[in-house]
Ligand binder design. Structure first.
Ligand code: 5GP
Length: 125
């Protein structure tokens, strides 16, 4: 079920549990601002999720409330993960689902990084 992007942060969401180490994950990158790990149900040969360390429900919440350092750190982490995976030359896709129409399912901001194959058209019609 997609979430309501205006809901308050729920610290029992699955990515909050991953950040606290309560649920295992396959980490590919971590720094003070972000954690990146393989999606449990990959949609491409490379499918990694990058999440901020802070408690932000969605891109909307993060872009409105995060500090400049948090935003810079998170954006740099997304770029670093893709670059370190060798995705820049072949290319890759970023996706951040927000709320109901975006079909966001986990209420902690995450950016999907997809790579390793031709992604095709941006959206199904
Ligand atoms: P959304 O639809 O919210 O943008 O994407 C949520 C993503 O989180 C999905 O691609 C889903 O496979 C992934 N996911 C959900 N639960 C877990 C989990 O426990 N571990 C990992 N690694 N990924 C998860």
């Amino acid at each position: 079920m997609p979430i309501d992007a205006t809901q308050p942060y729920d610290d029992q969401n699955v990515f909050a549990k991953i950040l606290r180490g309560e649920i295992p994950n396959k980490t590919v990158y971590e720094d003070q601002w972000a954690l990146a790990f393989h999606d449990i149900n990959p949609q491409a040969p490379f499918h990694v999720l990058v999440i901020p360390k802070g408690p932000y429900v969605s891109w909307d919440d993060f872009s409105a409330k995060a500090s400049a350092d948090e935003i810079a750190g998170f954006v740099r982490a997304v770029g670093t993960v893709a670059r370190d995976a060798g995705l820049v030359e072949p290319g890759y896709r970023l996706l951040a689902n927000v709320g109901q129409h975006g079909h966001q399912e986990v209420p902690h901001l995450h950016v999907h990084i997809f790579g390793g194959r031709q992604m095709g058209a941006m959206l199904p019609r």
